[in-house]
Structure formats: C-alpha cells, structure tokens
Design a protein around this ligand. Structure first.
Ligand SMILES: Nc1ncnc2c1ncn2[C@@H]1O[C@H](COP(=O)(O)OP(=O)(O)OP(=O)(O)O)[C@@H](O)[C@H]1O
Ligand SMILES: C[C@H](N)[C@H](N)CCCCCC(=O)O
Ligand SMILES: [Mg+2]
Length: 223
C-alpha cells in the first residue's frame, strides 16, 4: 500500500485541485484509490450532517467504497484555523484521532491512500500538536502544491526544508498557476533548480480536472 500526503505553500493553494486530478490519474492507471481529509474547517449543513466540499470532491473521484464521514471524520462549519474551530466547540484535536481515521480508510482495501492536509505543512492542532505529525506517524510520501505567486519561492523552500527535517520524503511538487505571475517561467526554473524533488505537473489558470489529470507525470514518483 502506498500513501501520499498533499500539502501546500498555503491554504487555497490548490491541494484539493491537485488531489482530485491525482486521484483521477491513479484510477485511470488501474489503481484502487481511497481519499482522506482528516480535518476540515469550512463546511455546510446537509440535513444533520456537516459536509466539507473538499471531502465531497475527493469522494467523487475515488474507486473504493467510502462514505463522506470516512473521508472526512472531523469537520467544523467555520472557515477558520481548525484548532480555533475545535476550541469553540470544546473539542480537542489530536494526531492520534487523525491516525484512527486513517486506519479506517486503510480497511477500504485501497492500493493507494491520498490524504489532503489543511492549510500548509505545519498546521497547528492545538495543545502543541501539528498535522505534520500525522503524516510522520503514518510515514507518508509528501507532494507539495505551490501556488505560483510572488512570495511562493520562500514559502516553497521553507516547506520543503520542514518536510525534510521531519524526515519525510517530498516526492514531488506541482506548479499551480492560478493567477497571472510576472516571470512565471523564471520562477518555475528557480524552483526546479532549488527543490531536490521532481516537478510532477504545471497547471494553468482554470485547468479542468480532466486536463490536470493528464498532465501529472506519475512515472516520476518512487515506484
Ligand atoms: N489551476 C487551477 N485551475 C482552476 N481552478 C483552480 C486551480 N487551482 C485552484 N483552483 C481553484 O481555486 C480554489 C482554491 O483551490 P483549492 O480548493 O484546491 O485549494 P486548497 O489548497 O485545497 O485549499 P484549502 O486549504 O481550503 O483546502 C478552488 O476553488 C479551486 O477549484
Ligand atoms: C478555512 C481554510 N480554507 C482551511 N480549511 C483552513 C486553513 C487553516 C490555516 C491555518 C494557518 O496556518 O493559519
Ligand atoms: Mg482543499
């Protein structure tokens, strides 16, 4: 079984966009894929259930029998830092609970589990715990989505360094071009020179999931 943890330079950088395309590409290459979004903040009510849009979109791509609750067991309505949303509800977030949810996803019989983080790499859970510790505990291969905008070089390099210091492999990165950027090619070239991991795909503005999936070079991932 393989597992990938999708992180990013920031919130709204394109983690879900990439994860949807990645799952689609893996399913097209005949893998059994499950998704996991341990913690979400920013949800809507459907009847008595809180639904996170990321989890709904990921669930729509997988080919294992999963429920939305299995994909996203911990959900908060407010679109704020999850540890604050949890505090407001008198709930304690923990790495251990994220691992328990992951173990349930493992029972889906997937060859590959794709986990989407929340925010960036060092997302606080409160009580001095971080979502990155969940990725460490479950020994995930990390994929870094970079929102190509001014300032991303520093964010990308620091994130890469943190992943490496946490002794995990950043197995690839994605250039997500959501908005026009001056000297885009030069910025991508600088990242190619400085990040010791392969560029898996470059997504353009308004890239469809179908098109994005075709661009991901799965052969660059460790076999
Ligand atoms: N290359 C792209 N082409 C088209 N739409 C994009 C692209 N990248 C991101 N988006 C859109 O931008 C928004 C933010 O992207 P996305 O939701 O993937 O970010 P995220 O990192 O998952 O954010 P969060 O931290 O909230 O989970 C979404 O509406 C998404 O559909
Ligand atoms: C609401 C947002 N879209 C995400 N779900 C949560 C992002 C938390 C970021 C926390 C931080 O690092 O400041
Ligand atoms: Mg997301």
């Amino acid at each position: 079984m393989k597992n990938y943890f999708i992180t990013a330079t920031d919130t709204d950088a394109g983690k879900t966009h990439f994860a949807r395309a990645f799952i689609r590409a893996l399913v097209l290459s005949n893998q059994k894929v499950a998704a996991y979004k341990p913690i979400s903040a920013g949800c809507y009510w459907q009847g008595k259930q809180l639904i996170n849009e990321d989890a709904r979109l990921l669930l729509a791509e997988v080919n294992c029998d999963q429920t939305i609750n299995q994909v996203n067991p911990i959900a908060f309505e407010a679109p704020i830092a999850p540890h604050i949303a949890a505090q407001n509800k008198h709930i304690k977030l923990s790495v251990a609970d994220c691992v328990i949810g992951y173990q349930l996803v493992e029972q889906s019989g997937a060859d590959i589990i794709v986990t989407e983080g929340a925010g960036g790499w060092r997302l606080p859970l409160g009580n001095n715990q971080f979502l990155s510790s969940f990725a460490i505990k479950t020994n995930q291969d990390v994929i870094l989505v970079i929102n190509m905008k001014l300032g991303c070089l520093n964010h990308a390099l620091l994130t890469y360094e943190a992943i490496k210091n946490d002794q995990l492999n950043c197995v690839g990165w994605v250039a997500n071009c959501q908005q026009p950027m001056s000297y885009l090619t030069d910025n991508i070239n600088e990242l190619m020179a400085l990040l010791p991991a392969p560029l898996l795909a470059t997504f353009v503005e308004n890239e469809s999931i179908e098109s994005a999936a075709k661009k991901i070079n799965l052969s660059l991932l460790p076999q």
